[in-house]
Design a protein around this ligand. Structure first.
Ligand code: R5P
Length: 270
């Protein structure tokens, strides 16, 4: 791997343990003002010190993140569709590579919609982005998107998507956790991170999800709603870090979550 690509990836995925806690706040690009992300700056600010990387759009980066931050940015560069439009899969590239470079990003990210009418166009966008990424030393994250079809999240489909993304040159892949997840990670030659998906019922459920993904070969999480839609987002991201970076069991991480939550409730700094 080219030095620049490897160096940028190492800023996102800690080379000492091969793990990462990415914070996803890009949802507005197709969902608009998602619950608890209505004011992105307010959501991002307290969480940023606990994130290994932030995944977001250029609009939110420019308007809502302090440029003094040292946290690496993973810039979403695909979109063009919305949750109220005919299909989420009809995405195109939405950012020029020059602008990504200007923003000093650590990686660029796009969604691929394998098995849809827009499979070819999104995979072609991936290959164009990989060519640009290789030229300028910026890694590409492929997101195996399922749109509104959450039932597609099984090992056969996600394994196919992740492998195709890696074959086409993606430097790391983001997908969903599923049963037999080890089949997905073991057949993908680049690091795999998982999205959290819609908010689960409890914090413990999300910690269990992160734990199971790591146990089955994930390099970490690129989690959004299960962190910032929690009533205690900072304790939650800190608990996720315990699972991802310190191999904590879900119950141990949940214990930490409860301690930090109690500290927040009593007005103590955490
Ligand atoms: C997916 O493509 C979205 O852009 C989000 O980045 C992703 O779904 C991760 O966030 P969440 O954990 O809320 O699913």
């Amino acid at each position: 791997m080219d030095w620049g690509i490897q160096n940028r990836l190492n800023r996102i995925i800690d080379p000492t343990d091969g793990r990462t806690v990415m914070l996803a706040v890009d949802h507005g690009y197709f969902l608009g003002p998602t619950r608890k992300l209505e004011d992105p700056a307010a959501t991002i600010k307290p969480l940023l010190p606990s994130a290994d990387a932030l995944m977001l759009t250029r609009g939110i980066l420019r308007t809502s993140v302090d440029p003094a931050t040292a946290t690496p940015m993973v810039l979403r560069v695909s979109g063009g569709t919305s949750v109220v439009g005919p299909t989420l899969a009809d995405e195109c590239l939405t950012v020029s590579f020059e602008d990504a470079i200007r923003l000093n990003v650590a990686a660029v990210a796009l969604s691929i919609f394998v098995g849809t009418d827009h499979e070819r166009q999104t995979l072609q966008s991936l290959t164009e982005l990989v060519d640009e990424g290789e030229t300028y030393g910026i890694p590409v994250l492929a997101v195996t998107a399922v749109g509104k079809e959450l039932e597609k999240r099984d090992a056969r489909y996600l394994g196919l998507c992740c492998r195709i993304a890696a074959e086409l040159g993606a430097h790391f892949v983001k997908t969903y956790y599923c049963d037999d997840f080890e089949k997905v990670t073991s057949s993908c030659p680049v690091p795999v991170v998982i999205a959290g998906g819609p908010k689960l019922e409890t914090e413990m459920d999300a910690l269990q999800l992160a734990h199971d993904a790591i146990a089955q070969g994930a390099a970490g999480v690129d989690m959004g709603r299960n962190i910032w839609q929690s009533d205690y987002p900072v304790p939650m991201i800190r608990a996720v870090r315990e699972v991802v970076h310190n191999n904590a069991r879900p119950a141990e991480a949940h214990e930490l979550f409860l301690e930090l939550k109690a500290a927040v409730d009593s007005g103590k700094a955490i």
